[in-house]
Design a protein around this ligand. Structure first.
Ligand code: GTP
Length: 299
């Protein structure tokens, strides 16, 4: 790997409607948008990955307030809390000419990070009176020592490219975290595993209260289909039999229920393949937990 290669995490923060999703989608290309398909998932931590010859940019969306009724809330909250801590550079998106209470709150979220904050003054194309721009930029500069102030339009490809180049400057040197073709987010993998585990628990939780873990072997987005292969790990052969059920009926039900939940989460059709494997000692063995992704920082 090129010693000059850069890779790092970038968070986009801003009040609703300033253009974060538009910007993210243009930065990453068509590949991300779980967010655009399902508006409520904008609240989840999502990661868009942009890999270029000299850098890999990993975008984390704004963590928000979650619906406590959602069974996955716990995991989402943990992901959200983790999301801001680990970034290398933050982007605050505001709308040209407007800075309100909720913009100030977004900025306040970033102040304690001690990381460079790039201010994107978006939608400059909508500004009728262009002479208002300069005083606005000056006023913004007084609110925070922004690393950069970038007036732009998230809809203009040249502007987005310029921002991308600027972001790369703020990333540390390092190997890419993901393969070139990888577009999915560890969190999505993790959440997929949790959704499956939830269905396992619902179905056989009485019999196997803490006896299973789920590893995602494959997570591939193919247009409107997401292909997921997962393995449910149990401790003993007897547990495997319980999970599979007579004629495989139980596992089939678990798979169907999990598939429906995954389709809701991802906004695509889902092909879900489930395997059950006996792996003695998984619950206490750090290596096994590592191999199925349970010690990752998004978990
Ligand atoms: N004219 C103009 N419109 C823009 C620009 N960027 C985004 N928009 C529009 O502004 C609206 C809001 O954009 P989003 O990207 O959904 O905003 P968001 O910040 O992600 O909003 P939430 O998901 O609610 O947080 C959409 O209608 C976009 O098309 C821009 O640079 N110029």
């Amino acid at each position: 790997m090129d010693a000059d290669f850069k890779s790092g995490y970038i968070v986009l923060v801003g009040r609703p409607n300033v253009g974060k999703s538009t910007l993210l989608n243009h930065l990453v290309g068509q590949k991300v948008s779980i967010t655009s398909r399902r508006p409520q998932t904008t609240r989840n931590r999502i990661l868009g990955i942009r890999t270029r010859a000299d850098a890999q940019l990993l975008f984390v969306d704004t963590p928000g307030i979650h619906d406590p009724k959602n069974p996955l809330n716990r995991y989402m909250m943990r992901m959200a809390q983790g999301a801001l801590g680990a970034v290398d550079v933050a982007v605050l998106v505001v709308e040209a000419g407007t800075f309100r209470e909720d913009d100030a709150r977004a900025l306040d979220l970033l102040r304690p990070l001690g990381k460079p904050v790039i201010l994107v003054v978006n939608k400059v194309d909508t500004l009728k009176n262009k002479s208002r721009l300069l005083p606005f930029l000056q006023a913004m500069g007084e609110r925070h020592p922004f690393a950069e102030v970038v007036p732009m339009s998230a809809r203009a490809p040249a502007d987005v490219k310029a921002l991308e180049d600027l972001l790369v400057k703020y990333l540390p040197q390092g190997e890419p975290f993901y393969g070139e073709d990888e577009i999915t987010d560890r969190s999505m993998r993790f959440m997929a595993a949790e959704l499956i585990r939830e269905q396992v628990f619902r179905s056989v939780g009485q019999e196997l209260p803490y006896a299973s873990a789920v590893g995602i072997d494959e997570f591939k987005e193919e247009g409107r289909l997401t292909r997921i292969q997962a393995t449910i790990y149990v401790e003993r052969p007897g547990q495997k039999a319980i999970l599979i059920g007579a004629g495989g009926e139980r596992l089939k039900q678990i798979g169907q229920a999990a598939r429906l939940e995954l389709e809701k989460l991802l906004g695509t059709k889902v092909f879900l393949g489930l395997w059950v494997k006996v792996k003695t000692g998984w619950a206490t063995d750090a290596n096994v937990l590592h191999s199925i992704g349970y010690d990752r920082n998004d978990g």
